[in-house]
Design a protein around this ligand. Structure first.
Ligand code: BG6
Length: 484
């Protein structure tokens, strides 16, 4: 019998001695790393205050006394609670530590966890190179034994560099873990403004009636960043902008903006996978690649003079299409770049001039502005469309020149907070499933191979400036530009 199945079977026949509906115990593997320091300890504190999680165990390769001291220091420095510092202090004292340097130490961890028998959430905040071995150690030595107590393991991107490597990695994971136990994070799916794209569509059947290639001239999904890759080129040079953000964040946005909606009133999530299956791969797509001026110097400095300039793209704009009768032939532009003029992310749905009676040749857009820029988070809807309803928690105002703007009333929670709650609640729709991952890579792999084989040189882009050629390419969608 396969080892995973055997372990699952053993888990099922084991005697239940604990409350399996209890809040899960959490093991943060990589508990002293960057992401843990930047977000995860704060969020674990918040979830523990909300009663969403039980025991919290930090795991790292350091010896017990060193690791315990480091985590103490991180919590003291990074976790904040205005006027409730005593709670942080109690949290700090409650956190446990386990050294996870050798495989057998997962057995010791398993014994620690068996004391409660609660469900188990592992967050792997480590390099993907370690995922297969850690998944194996969890499966063989740290699975919950109490019947019904679930196991969920959270993974961070990157999930491979192309279809073959993503498949190889996933196969190793699903040999140890069942698909419902695997939670792959795309932190864009945890952004309230990103989920609001789907929520807006669901709330507006009258607008949805025009949501097709007959009415819409093009859709743009744009993510501009002003930061460079300085200090990060070791990663960037291996991945580049397409793998870093187009392959995942931007395509998930395409899926939320274009997937068929579940029937009205249904609580089913939007089926992103179904849409992704119809995306044509990017191999014959119109494509522009850019690299900010000075990237080569950053590579040289980060590698301490060992690595010369490369063709790595730090900016890319590509035209995709979805092969369904609803969307046939309509251009979808994806554009992202580092070191551009501003930090801003948006999805712009550009209606064809003349589509709306009385609209004349004026442009008409639905603009989902997700973050950054002058607009921050806002949804702007042109006046020719039926008056929109905004999702719950958003308020309407009217903008200059007609049309409505929706803005969220409260500041959005950190996406990692949303996603960790999502893991506890079993919200698989907030995560990237294995089939979804394969579809995401299917779109890019042939194009990435072509670019590498032919040694295409990216256009050098001045730092801090708009990328004119990309904007012109999106313009060629045939719709007049509305000022953002
Ligand atoms: C990450 C990318 O996934 O997303 C980074 O690896 C990028 O390169 C980041 O900067 C952007 O995320 P956000 O939430 O700041 O828009």
């Amino acid at each position: 019998m396969h080892w995973t199945k055997l372990c699952l079977l053993l888990a099922v026949v084991a005697v239940a001695t604990a409350d399996t509906s209890a809040a899960p115990d959490v093991v943060l593997v990589g508990a002293t790393g960057n992401l843990a320091q930047k977000y995860l300890w704060q969020i674990l504190f918040e979830l523990s205050q909300a009663g969403k999680v039980g025991r919290i165990i930090g795991g790292a390769t350091k010896a017990k006394d060193v690791g315990t001291g480091l985590i103490d220091g991180i919590i003291q420095k990074k976790v904040t609670c205005a006027g409730c510092e005593d709670k942080v202090e109690a949290f700090r004292k409650s956190v446990e530590y386990v050294q996870l340097r050798r495989d057998e130490q997962y057995g010791e961890l398993g014994e620690m966890l068996d004391k409660t028998g609660a469900p188990r959430l592992f967050f792997l905040s480590v390099s993907p190179d370690y995922y297969p071995q850690i998944a194996k150690n969890i499966n063989t030595q740290a699975r919950p034994k109490a019947a019904g107590a679930w196991l969920r393991v959270v993974f961070e991107k990157p999930f491979g560099r192309d279809s073959a490597s993503a498949r190889a990695l996933s196969e190793k994971l699903v040999a140890e873990l069942a698909e419902p136990e695997v939670y792959r994070i795309d932190h864009y799916l945890g952004k309230m403004a990103v989920q609001a794209v789907g929520d807006f569509r669901r709330a507006n059947p009258a607008i949805e009636a025009h949501w097709n290639a007959e009415a819409i001239g093009s859709i743009e999904v744009v993510m501009k960043e002003s930061e460079t890759c300085e200090g990060r080129t070791a990663f960037y040079d291996r991945y580049g902008i397409v793998r870093d953000v187009l392959q995942n964040h931007l395509l998930e946005l395409v899926a939320l903006a274009m997937a068929e909606l579940p029937p009205p009133g249904s609580a089913e999530p939007i089926d992103r996978l179904a849409l992704l299956k119809h995306l044509k791969d990017a191999s014959s797509a119109q494509l522009k690649l850019g690299q900010y001026e000075g990237y080569a110097a950053h590579v040289l400095a980060d590698s301490k003079g060992k690595k010369a300039s490369t063709n790595t793209a730090t900016a890319a704009t590509v035209r995709l299409e979805v092969d369904t009768s609803r969307w046939k032939g309509m251009p979808i532009f994806l554009s992202a770049g580092k070191a551009l003029d501003e930090r801003a992310a948006y999805v712009r749905v550009r209606f064809k001039p003349g589509h709306f009676e009385g609209g004349g040749s004026e442009p008409c857009d639905v603009l989902f502005h997700l973050q950054g820029g002058a607009l921050g988070t806002a949804t702007k809807v042109c006046s020719h469309l039926p008056v929109p309803k905004f999702p719950e928690g958003w308020e309407r105002s009217y903008h200059e020149g007609g049309g409505s703007t929706g803005t969220p009333i409260e500041k959005a929670a950190n996406p990692y907070n949303v996603l960790l709650r999502g893991v506890v609640d079993g919200r698989r729709d907030l995560f990237c499933g294995t089939d979804e991952l394969y579809e995401l890579w299917r779109v890019w792999t042939p194009m990435l191979a072509q670019v590498e084989d032919t040694g295409v040189k990216p256009q050098i882009l001045p730092v801090g400036q708009p990328w004119k050629e990309a904007e012109e390419m999106m313009e060629s969608g045939g719709v007049e530009h509305e000022e953002l």
